[in-house]
Design a protein around this ligand. Structure first.
Ligand code: HEC
Ligand code: HEC
Ligand code: HEC
Ligand code: HEC
Ligand code: HEC
Length: 449
């Protein structure tokens, strides 16, 4: 008996050790090296002028310093972690992706951007070009292997540099590399970012079209000042949701009515088709807790009067999160910031009744949240997959008093990087929440008497 009991304890102990090892095998939290082991982007810029100029204007060069990142981190995440110690590790971990060098050298509570420390380098040249692979089974939560030193990993074989060694790496050219930061699992085990998983399930992975093919433009360029221009340089522009040229037309839209002519009081059926034509993953992707992608349908009669056409409900579970509403939400922000009796903010801060494409993030009490680290469950995933078509219908009871003549049915596909009510509350600059038009379409019907 006794022996058996002991054996059980041993077995239990052994499994616990294995579990611990297994878990820490995916984690990458040890402190390694010091700032001086890594070079600044400016030192790379001496020779890689063109690439540096490009990178400097992307979001990745501002991943720590950009206003909204600074605000979310310092106004919400850091105070939350100091109130609730359970979140300490995850909040330190923000920087495993947003300013990896700071994280790895042990600068785990970096000073704000205004202090001008090296944390401001964000996702720099040295971060990406010293990565050789990842730890564990799935690329997620900054589990890349970064080794500072003479070797820079790149896409080409046999490239010579007077300054460093170069090694061709298949890994840096793979979507799994991007995924070490673009997939994220939070402390509740939720995949709060899954861009690479979405890509993998979709059609582009089967065709071999990588993240790099769509986000790093290939064309004429000079890789280093002393080398010759090449026709196929990998440009470092990384355009995404912040770049109008990238989002414009990402979704195609068509609209049609079931008849050409109606009388006042008739019922018109309007159909809208949306097609994710350009993105290799779902839309929205990435920071989906912040992003709003929605469709507005309006009718404008011959006298110029505008009517909202609310979308027809389909009746699936959690649908209420996919129809714009100004119900109060984000109450967890009050708890993080220590504001007593915080009632919350309008959930969408938009005209009500329109279809919105999202996966709603819910806090431990089931309320919508924009804090991905505080997300315990998801509501329905109603986003538009790569090359997926979504069809929405609008049943419109044409008012008795509508002006006769031509009625324009106007459809707009709109995008915001951040919910306006949240942005205003936290004083995020307006550029972050202005409405961006992805696409539009129109059709006409005739009202006869
Ligand atoms: C003194 C000049 C110089 C400096 C400084 C320099 N490089 Fe280079 N680097 C080169 C040259 C030259 C090449 C070869 C370019 C070519 O012919 O394609 C190169 C190539 C590369 C490549 C491409 C390898 C490939 O597979 O195509 C990478 C990546 C790279 N450098 C990263 C860096 C990083 C990161 C820094 C800063 C830490 C840096 N370099 C600093 C001169 C420099
Ligand atoms: C987010 C990661 C990332 C960052 C940051 C980054 N690079 Fe790269 N770089 C890549 C990838 C990925 C490739 C190869 C793309 C491919 O071949 O598909 C590449 C390619 C290169 C090349 C080879 C270009 C060619 O076509 O010969 C050079 C040189 C280079 N990078 C230098 C730099 C320098 C200098 C910086 C900083 C100013 C920098 N990179 C920042 C990911 C990055
Ligand atoms: C070391 C972590 C890391 C790696 C590796 C990485 N990224 Fe990023 N990336 C980030 C972070 C953090 C941001 C968010 C910047 C910000 O704060 O807005 C970002 C932003 C972006 C954006 C801009 C999105 C927007 O909102 O406009 C694009 C596009 C992007 N990354 C593509 C890539 C691609 C493609 C690769 C692989 C070649 C890659 N990234 C590798 C961390 C990383
Ligand atoms: C077929 C082309 C294509 C491929 C492949 C692709 N993307 Fe994108 N991606 C786009 C387009 C187009 C957008 C802009 C749409 C938008 O954000 O509204 C985009 C947007 C993004 C954004 C910004 C989302 C936002 O609004 O903040 C990120 C981050 C991103 N992509 C990362 C990746 C990563 C990582 C991969 C690989 C796993 C990848 N993309 C593969 C085309 C592509
Ligand atoms: C596993 C990597 C990873 C971790 C950990 C991470 N982020 Fe991010 N974060 C990203 C990437 C990648 C993006 C860009 C996604 C996109 O553009 O849609 C991003 C985007 C953001 C944005 C939106 C930026 C914008 O320009 O709209 C904010 C704010 C942000 N992160 C804050 C945080 C905070 C706070 C934490 C910690 C609680 C954190 N992140 C943890 C990878 C990470």
């Amino acid at each position: 008996m006794k022996k058996g009991w002991r054996g059980g304890v041993f077995l239990f102990f052994g499994i616990s050790v294995l579990l611990l090892l297994g878990i820490s095998g995916d984690k990458n939290t040890a402190v390694k090296g010091k700032y001086s082991d890594f070079e600044t982007p400016e030192s790379c810029a001496q020779c890689h002028k063109e690439i540096y100029r490009e990178w400097k204007q992307t979001m990745m060069s501002q991943a720590y310093t950009h206003h909204w990142d600074e605000i979310e981190y310092f106004k919400l995440a850091v105070p939350h972690a100091s109130r609730d110690k359970e979140f300490k590790e995850v909040v330190e971990g923000c920087n495993g992706c947003h300013t990896p060098i700071a994280y790895f050298v042990g600068d785990r509570s970096p000073r704000p951007p205004s202090a001008g420390t090296r944390a401001n380098e964000s996702v720099s040249c040295e971060v990406c070009h010293t990565v050789s692979g990842f730890k564990g089974d799935v690329p997620v939560n900054f589990n890349y292997l970064m080794t500072p030193g003479k070797v820079k990993y790149g896409p080409r074989e046999g490239v010579k540099s007077p300054y460093h060694d170069t090694v061709k790496s298949d890994f840096i050219q793979s979507p799994e590399f991007c995924a070490t930061c673009h997939n994220e699992k939070n402390p509740f085990g939720m995949w709060v970012k899954s861009t690479q998983l979405e890509w993998k399930e979709g059609p582009y992975s089967k065709e071999g079209v990588r993240c790099q093919d769509c986000h790093m433009w290939t064309g004429k360029g000079v890789p280093a000042v002393m080398s010759k221009a090449v026709a196929d340089m990998r440009h470092h522009t990384f355009p995404g949701g912040h770049v109008m040229a990238k989002i414009r037309g990402a979704i195609e839209v068509k609209v049609y009515s079931d008849e050409d002519e109606y009388e006042p009081g008739d019922e018109a059926k309007i159909t809208v088709q949306l097609y994710n034509a350009k993105a290799g993953h779902k839309l929205p992707t990435g920071s989906v807790e912040d992003r709003q992608l929605w469709v507005e349908v309006h009718a404008i009669d011959s006298a110029g009067k505008r009517y909202i056409l609310p979308v027809d409900k389909k009746g699936f579970k959690g649908e209420k999160y996919t129809i714009t509403s100004n119900e109060l939400a984000y109450q967890d922000m009050g708890e993080m910031m220590g504001i007593k009796d915080f009632k919350g903010l309008p959930r969408d801060d938009l005209e009500e009744g329109h279809r919105i494409y999202r996966i709603a993030f819910l806090d431990p009490r089931g309320r919508p949240t924009i804090a991905q680290w505080n997300t315990k469950t998801f509501a329905v995933d109603y986003r538009i997959g790569p090359r997926e078509t979504k069809i929405e219908t609008y049943t419109w009871d044409i008012p008795e008093d509508i002006a006769p003549g031509r009625v324009k049915i106007e459809v707009k596909v709109l995008y915001r990087l951040l919910v306006r009510s949240v942005a205003k509350f936290l004083r995020v600059p307006e550029d972050e929440y202005r409405t961006r038009e992805i696409n539009s379409a129109e059709t006409y019907i005739e009202i006869i008497e």
